[in-house]
Design a protein around this ligand. Structure first.
Ligand code: SF4
Length: 343
């Protein structure tokens, strides 16, 4: 066995011996969770991964060539109003590099910035459970065979996890750390209709309920600042995430990229983006009512600058993170300060 594969097996063994819930999120009655005891204001992904794997782990993004039912006409055409999904249409899905080559190249890029030997293969663009189960199994297994991959993260829609897909994910999770991320976006059906999502929130509730107890972690993506949503409605989504008892969340402000319906609405003055201070205030309010156990994977958006229209402040992610830290400090507050368990 090579030292790399021995290392991978050791990391996998260590990570599968522990309960899937991150030990850093737990505390004996009356004790602070580990992240708070360490002086953090919220439970970050970096900390959660270190607690689980005992070392730095980064996500390496993979495009497996999947399309999306909101693009190919199965659910809708045109896709979500904020998503530049032209490249996801079946007719434009060009042959990609192999999964292994993408991982190798991604690792090379990441290693220029981070000292890291272990990676989660992150199936990111489009809908990564939207294919026959045999094809899903093939691409997931190719990623897991890579000697530096210690687990998978899979981004998908909550209406694309039939029972056969969930059975496959459950099977993979027996021996591999697995994180499944559902595009929830909001709990409000009116907003889901606005974005042409093609499903309502009951579908998310159902997907979470059918995913529960299968050995993988369940995450959600949420957008703040959707047109027509009030501050109080955004906080309702935070309470709903607590009620759903999710393991992780990615949050970002609504932003505009070229070639989207949202870009057209903004050009006509029909949609307004949040200002930075408004986002920071809302985000801190949002995190204050999340459970302290949920991992906050992201608080800013990710769009290549050449696709990006606005708001321009969102491109400076470290400034946003600093502003969020400062606001927590100013309030002397933290994740879960105002969390109340709901049934
Ligand atoms: S955001 Fe996701 S669900 Fe919506 S069109 Fe894009 S890939 Fe499909």
């Amino acid at each position: 066995m090579s030292s790399t594969s021995a290392n991978r097996d050791r990391v996998r063994a260590a990570s599968t011996e522990v309960d899937l819930s991150c030990p850093d999120s737990e505390s004996a009655a009356g004790e602070l969770p580990g992240w708070r005891a360490a002086g953090q204001r919220y439970f970050s992904l970096g900390r959660a991964l270190r607690a689980r794997f005992g070392r730095r782990v980064q996500k390496v993004s993979i495009d497996a060539g999947f399309t999306c039912p909101n693009v190919d006409g199965s659910v809708a055409v045109g896709g979500c109003s904020f998503c530049d999904n032209r490249s996801f249409s079946p007719s434009r899905r060009l042959p990609r590099q192999s999964i292994t080559d993408q991982i190798d190249e991604g690792i090379k890029r990441l290693k220029r910035r981070y000292q890291c030997e272990d990676f989660l293969a992150y199936f990111q663009p489009a809908t990564n459970t939207y294919a026959p189960v045999d094809r899903l199994r093939t691409v997931y297994q190719e990623a897991l065979k890579h000697p530096q991959v210690v687990g998978l993260a899979i981004g998908t829609r909550p209406d694309c996890v039939g029972d056969d897909v969930l059975a496959l994910l459950e099977e993979i999770a027996v021996n591999n750390p697995l994180y499944v991320e559902y595009g929830m976006q909001t709990m409000h059906d009116r907003s889901l209709d606005w974005m042409n999502r093609g499903h309502h929130h009951d579908v998310m509730v159902d997907a979470v309920s059918r995913s529960r107890g299968r050995g993988f972690e369940i995450g959600a993506h949420v957008i703040l600042g959707l047109p027509g949503e009030t501050h109080s409605e955004m906080l309702d989504t935070a309470r709903e995430i607590g009620r759903l008892d999710l393991d992780s969340i990615k949050i970002h402000n609504l932003y505009v990229v070229h070639n989207t319906r949202l870009a057209e609405e903004c050009a006509r003055g029909e949609a307004r983006m949040m200002e930075r201070d408004e986002y920071v205030q809302t985000l801190v309010d949002f995190i204050e009512i999340l459970p302290p156990s949920i991992v906050i994977e992201r608080i800013t958006g990710e769009a290549p600058s050449d696709f990006f229209v606005g708001p321009t402040w969102a491109l400076d992610k470290s400034a946003v993170r600093n502003a969020v830290d400062k606001e927590f400090e100013r309030r002397d507050s933290w994740q879960g300060k105002w969390y109340r368990k709901r049934s």
